[in-house]
Ligand binder design. Structure first.
Ligand code: GRG
Length: 315
């Protein structure tokens, strides 16, 4: 991955974001070019594609695309040759992530006015447009993966489509969101329950990003499993640091309202173990994420640095 900063991880994250943004912009421009076909279609279609663009290009970190590209680089014998397909997979992951944020911010879910420091999609447009934009981002992700431009081997494309469906759907992120909403009615959630909610809500998509990078690079089963385990631990670490930011972060840096978890009765390690206990859990997960990379030696240094970044992140 090209390095454009003195900090190798920051440079790689920035380069991944730039390349993913270019891929996303091309996909959105190509899709929007088919609309409107006449004056009657104009208002609705233009508004929909504008809302999709707004949701995508609001300054996200692009961590999931970075993970796809870095995992592909670790596994590929010739990283440059797998890069075009890996970028499409990276874009698909960001499409699903952005959809989840749009829907999570809706009044029926977290009811947020700000995301990434800007009005949420339903605030900028309206609720119906936000629902539709989220639906369209999600479905576009599968269209991207299923296209032969992503990989010439249909079996690889099918594995990517199935893996993303599992990670994002009722066995993954959507299930996690459902448990998260239900947790408000559970008086005494156990650590096991909190781990399960976090593994599904946040971990499933992060773990799949790592696995998908390995798959697009033609990795063997051991490498796919190791990167999946790394992604599981990184996802848990990411959610714990998200919960810590909710109690001790800087709202301007995080770009959204903080202090909502306790009000909403969210099942978090901060609620269960306090700030120090949550920090301990985060350090444990960080250690386990690094151990999962042992198989790859020095080749996985950037992924190790990503775990360090997540442990210490302020946004
Ligand atoms: C609505 C189906 C559905 C699922 C929502 C992702 C999610 C599930 C809820 C978001 C709530 C939340 C803030 C979870 C914490 C983890 C997370 C996804 C944080 C935001 O991800 P970042 O920090 O965002 O990678 P950026 O803005 O950098 O893209």
């Amino acid at each position: 991955m090209a390095n454009i900063s003195p900090d190798p991880f920051a440079g790689a994250l920035g380069a991944a974001a730039q390349a993913t943004d270019a891929t996303l912009a091309a996909l959105i421009d190509a899709g929007a070019a088919g609309f409107p076909r006449g004056a009657a279609e104009a208002a609705g279609a233009v508004r929909l594609w504008d809302a999709m663009r707004y949701a995508l290009f609001a300054g996200g970190k692009r961590l999931r695309p970075f993970l796809v590209l870095a995992a592909a680089d670790v596994c590929a014998t010739d990283p440059a040759s797998v890069r075009p397909g890996a970028l499409r997979v990276a874009a698909a992951l960001e499409l699903v992530h952005c959809y989840s944020l749009v829907h999570d911010d809706l009044p029926a879910m977290d009811d947020d006015d700000l995301r990434r420091g800007q009005p949420t999609v339903h605030r900028k447009f309206d609720e119906a447009t936000a629902i539709l934009a989220g639906d369209a981002l999600l479905t576009l992700a599968f269209e991207v993966l299923a296209d032969t431009a992503t990989h010439t081997d249909g079996a690889v494309r099918a594995a990517l489509v199935a893996g993303l469906a599992k990670g994002a759907g009722a066995a993954g992120m959507v299930a996690g969101q459902a448990l998260d909403l239900a947790a408000a009615d559970i008086a005494d959630p156990s650590a096991g329950f909190v781990r399960r909610v976090q593994a599904l809500k946040t971990g499933a998509l992060i773990a799949f990003s790592c696995e998908a990078g390995a798959r697009i690079a033609g990795a063997d089963a051991a490498a796919i499993a190791a990167l999946g385990a790394y992604g599981d631990h990184l996802g848990a670490l990411f959610q714990i640091t998200d919960d810590l930011l909710d109690v001790e972060g800087d709202a301007a840096a995080v770009g959204k309202a903080l202090g909502k978890d306790a009000d909403q009765g969210k099942a978090t390690f901060v609620a269960l173990l306090g700030v120090d206990g949550a920090r301990r859990e985060a350090r444990d997960r960080h250690g386990m994420a690094l151990e999962s990379l042992d198989l790859f030696g020095k080749k996985a240094e950037l992924l190790g640095a990503a775990a360090d970044f997540v442990l210490h992140r302020r946004a």
